[in-house]
Design a protein around this ligand. Structure first.
Ligand code: ADP
Ligand code: TRP
Length: 330
């Protein structure tokens, strides 16, 4: 876990599908842990999700679901600010201003953009400019620290580059954020052993029902070592996932059983299934309550948005004033 104090922390999650346990251990759990000793801003990146979702209902639904997920998993609105990206529309204004300090070559070198091209996706300007909007998300709140997974490292470097170019033109206007790549929770494997991802159809969702969860866990790919033979725990996905949920003693017990032989993947999968189900039981209950209580969730999002927007407006006044953007209507 990261150890930070008294920092302005900001991070965002795209509402591009149901959250999975990779998102939890790789991002959300750490976001929530930071709320006790820092000034944390977390948002649902719905403008960003428009680069992949073009269905109105789907976008609306997914946006609200991610907000529910954050709250159910322990985000405390008394401690952290939770909001929807589009509730602070000034961020798109800043993105435009920053565009003028973003070399096209920098965007062309973005891995996530290049990956999409390789996959044959016809790029539009939104996808190309994705990192500029992300830079605006970060800079508009004077963020010190941005906790993200390794896959976002380059986007953060781009944010710093863009901010430095802007400051070079107008003085020290923007706060240059520190990088903070989440420590070695590293990559949570999916049921096929590759990185778990919404887009690889290998994810174990946090809030699926028992039957679907069971189906996912039982279909984790394993090798064909016979039951009686010893097995290498470090080379099997069932153990790697179990480890995330287990106490050190439980972890050791499963390791020893695999090493001793006579212990099959089927039994291990059953233990894993129970662990995942029980681990998220309290969050699942909270999520059900929150779903019944939409007014409360909307109130949290309204208050979060007001707080975030107030800070964003202060930064925008500074940015406009320093860069010569006149406004006669406040
Ligand atoms: P996905 O790959 O499922 O689309 P996102 O890119 O939306 O996930 O990731 C949201 C956050 O969750 C990011 O901070 C990312 O680094 C983290 N994350 C996603 N998948 C994993 C994984 N398999 N292991 C660890 N962290 C992950
Ligand atoms: N690009 C991030 C992801 O896919 C989501 C995101 C958008 C973000 N804006 C951000 C993360 C600002 C951190 C800060 O995971």
């Amino acid at each position: 876990m990261i150890n930070l104090k008294n920092k302005r922390v900001l991070s965002g999650i795209q509402p591009s599908g149901d959250l999975h346990i990779g998102n939890y251990f790789g991002a959300i759990r750490q976001h929530i842990a930071l709320q006790d000793e820092n000034d944390c801003f977390y948002f649902v990146a719905n403008y960003h999700a428009m680069t992949t979702i073009t269905d109105k209902e789907q976008l609306e639904h997914a946006t609200f679901q991610v907000a529910l997920d954050f709250l159910a998993l322990g985000l405390d609105p008394q401690k952290a600010t939770l909001f929807i990206q589009s509730d602070v529309p000034e961020v798109t204004e800043l993105a435009w201003i920053l565009s003028n300090f973003t070399p096209v070559g920098l965007l062309e070198r973005a891995h996530s953009y290049k990956d999409k091209l390789v996959k044959g996706i016809q790029p539009n300007h939104g996808l190309f400019a994705y990192p500029v909007l992300m830079a605006a998300d970060i800079l508009i709140y004077d963020s010190d620290v941005v906790p993200v997974g390794k896959d976002q490292k380059q986007h953060l470097e781009m944010t710093r580059d863009i901010a430095l170019k802007f400051n070079h033109a107008f003085g020290d206007v923007l706060v240059i954020p520190e990088e903070l790549i989440m420590p070695d929770v590293a990559v949570v494997p999916g049921i096929d052993g590759q990185k778990m991802s919404k887009s690889y159809n290998n994810a174990i969702e946090i809030f699926s029902d028992y039957k679907s969860l069971k189906k996912r866990v039982m279909s984790i790919v394993t090798d064909s070592t016979p039951l009686e033979e010893p097995k290498n725990p470090d080379a099997n996905t069932v153990y790697k996932l179990y480890k995330l949920f287990a106490t050190p003693e439980e972890d050791k017990q499963m390791r020893d059983k695999f090493l001793a032989g006579g212990y099959g993947y089927g039994s291990a999968k059953k233990e894993l299934l129970e662990k995942i189900w029980n681990y998220f039981e309290p969050a699942r209950k909270r999520r059900e309550e929150l779903t019944e209580n939409r007014d409360y969730v909307e109130k949290v999002l309204r208050q979060g948005a007001a707080h975030a927007r107030e800070r964003a407006q202060q930064v925008m006044s500074r940015v406009r004033e320093k860069s010569g953007i006149l406004r006669f209507n406040p």
